[in-house]
Design a protein around this ligand. Structure first.
Ligand code: SF4
Length: 429
């Protein structure tokens, strides 16, 4: 571990940080419409694609939060915002690109989607269903806090077609929950989880966090034991993001991280307890779950650069060799006539070399890559893979390269090595 700390200098705790530096070519505003129109008129070449809806509203003030959101205190703005998304969805409905293949997942993230009247989420979902083709097994997820779960909310979501909930628990320790800005006590968590199941939404994932100020190893162990006793299908485990990592609005200015070896122990505790739980498997370095239901299609597709059609302020997506980002400010997002193609998004073309090399992230973000998949990539990454094997972060098991537990801990750094290599390739071409 000491040697790895020296090798890596610091731990990259979020996958998105590891990939920020990829140099894609920005498309000038005047040319955007033509680019989009051209792509949308042709069939989609990929079978793996998902939809993301960003709801940038929340009633909480969690001090670890870095999401793009604002208070849910303006019903007209909320309605206008949701109507803009619905109009944008309808504006794409007739294009060949969206008719030519079904979507495998729809994800409502935030903010907290359930902080707005959930009839708006149902309306957006109706617009999606009437405009795009969804796979029979399409996973439809809504994120929520524990406090915002109630019978009426669940009934509306279930009737609209939602089949998966992702609940932000973070910790079962009430004082720590309140310190973080969470409103509900730990005592109600299990009750709310049972309410979700009773409503007929049986695919249910929770989030837990470690590295929290005041959290002890024993407290973390208890959180994991409690999580493993709940009737859930999945659990995602994240470290608290370091404010010095470039995320400005995390409000822990004097945050003291545990020593990296202590942080590794917290990670390993979760990796062992959840990864080795009966009938559960690891899906990614941060995600564990039941072998059939627990795999979050949206999250794993997103991490591995599947096509993603995203809507909402600050939401970013990609398709057909393009990457785009909507303006993060809500007022800016709702400007215009609700036509996706003419909206104020920024657009980049994704380099074709990157398209060929991106499967290497299957290893660092999806845990493994088969020898066969790797064979076409070996010429670009062999020295890195050899080094990772020599450091016991990657092992060759049967016909697959797999992350070891140390590799799972340093997965963000490994992604960063891959993205730097891709970056260098792109710049040298
Ligand atoms: S509930 Fe979620 S979106 Fe809202 S402040 Fe807390 S972490 Fe951020």
């Amino acid at each position: 571990m000491d040697q790895l700390i020296n090798d890596f200098n610091h731990r990259i705790r979020s996958a998105s940080h590891a990939k920020r530096r990829l140099p894609f070519q920005e498309i000038p505003a005047a040319a955007r419409t033509n680019y989009l129109d051209e792509i949308f008129r042709h069939s989609c070449q990929t079978q793996n694609r998902v939809i993301y809806i960003h709801i940038p509203f929340c009633n909480n003030t969690c001090n670890f939060c870095f999401y793009n959101k604002q208070k849910t205190d303006n019903p007209e703005l909320v309605e206008h915002y949701c109507q803009t998304i619905i109009s944008q969805i309808h504006s794409l409905a007739s294009f060949e690109y969206f008719e030519s293949a079904p979507f495998s997942a729809v994800y409502f993230g935030g903010g907290t989607p359930t902080s707005i009247p959930v009839k708006h989420l149902a309306s957006i979902l109706n617009a999606i269903k009437s405009s795009f083709s969804l796979a029979d097994t399409c996973e439809i997820t809504v994120e929520s806090t524990i406090a915002e779960i109630d019978t009426d909310t669940l009934s509306i979501l279930k009737n609209a077609g939602v089949n998966r909930m992702s609940l932000g628990v973070q910790t079962f320790q009430t004082p720590l929950r309140h310190f973080l800005g969470r409103k509900s006590d730990a005592g109600v968590i299990e009750e709310k989880i049972r309410l979700v199941r009773k409503a007929g939404i049986s695919n249910l994932c929770i989030d837990l966090m470690y590295n929290l100020p005041g959290q002890t190893p024993l407290g973390w162990q208890n959180d994991l034991i409690l999580a493993s006793q709940l009737p859930i299908t999945g659990c995602s485990v994240y470290p608290l993001i370091d404010p010095s990592s470039g995320i400005d609005n995390v409000q822990f200015p004097n945050l003291k991280y545990p020593e990296i070896s202590a942080e590794y122990n917290l990670f390993a505790e979760a990796d062992n307890r959840l990864g080795n739980r009966k009938d559960w498997i690891r899906f990614s370095p941060v995600q564990y779950g039941h072998s059939e239901l627990g795999k979050a299609t949206y999250i794993s597709s997103h991490a591995q650069y599947a096509d993603m059609l995203a809507f909402g302020a600050g939401a970013g997506g990609r398709f057909g060799g393009l990457q785009y980002l909507f303006p993060p400010v809500i007022d800016k997002f709702v400007e215009g006539n609700g036509n996706f193609i003419n909206s104020a998004l920024s657009l980049w073309s994704i380099d074709s070399t990157f398209q060929k090399l991106k499967n290497i992230f299957r290893l660092s973000e999806g845990l493994a890559i088969s020898k066969e998949e790797y064979s076409g990539l070996a010429i670009h990454f062999n020295d890195i893979i050899d080094w990772l094997i020599s450091k016991d972060m990657v092992a060759l098991e049967a016909d697959t390269y797999e992350l070891t537990q140390a590799g799972r801990f340093w997965a963000g750094n490994i992604s960063s090595l891959f993205s730097e290599r891709i970056n260098n390739r792109l710049q040298s071409e």
